[in-house]
Design a protein around this ligand. Sequence first.
Ligand code: TYC
Length: 114
Amino acid sequence: MLMSPNLHMMSGSKDDDGDIDVALKTRARTKRPPLYKVMLLNDDYTPMEFVVMVLERFFGMNHSQAYDIMITVHKKGLAVVGVFSHEIAETKVTQVMDAARRHEHPLQCTMEKE
Ligand code: TYC
């Protein structure tokens, strides 16, 4: 008798397939995928307006939210700008780093497991 690990057959059942059914105790564990913090780092050269534009374009923030987060990074050295699955976080980091490189700004964006 074929059984999914999600079925909890704790005593023999009569399914007429001729084999001997045994009690199963395994339980499928459904783990939530890990989340990753995407962080922006301060530097002395990237223009504030560029950072605000990055936060609007790639992180869906409105101008006021983007300005506030930019100022937090500027004052504290870094800030978490979003939390995503591994694949989405990598995409955000790549988008920011590509934009920074295109504009020749030293802006750094990194990701870290939460
Ligand atoms: N410190 C930069 C400046 O004074 C502004 C800045 C903010 C740069 C946030 C990077 O992630 C950053 N022009």
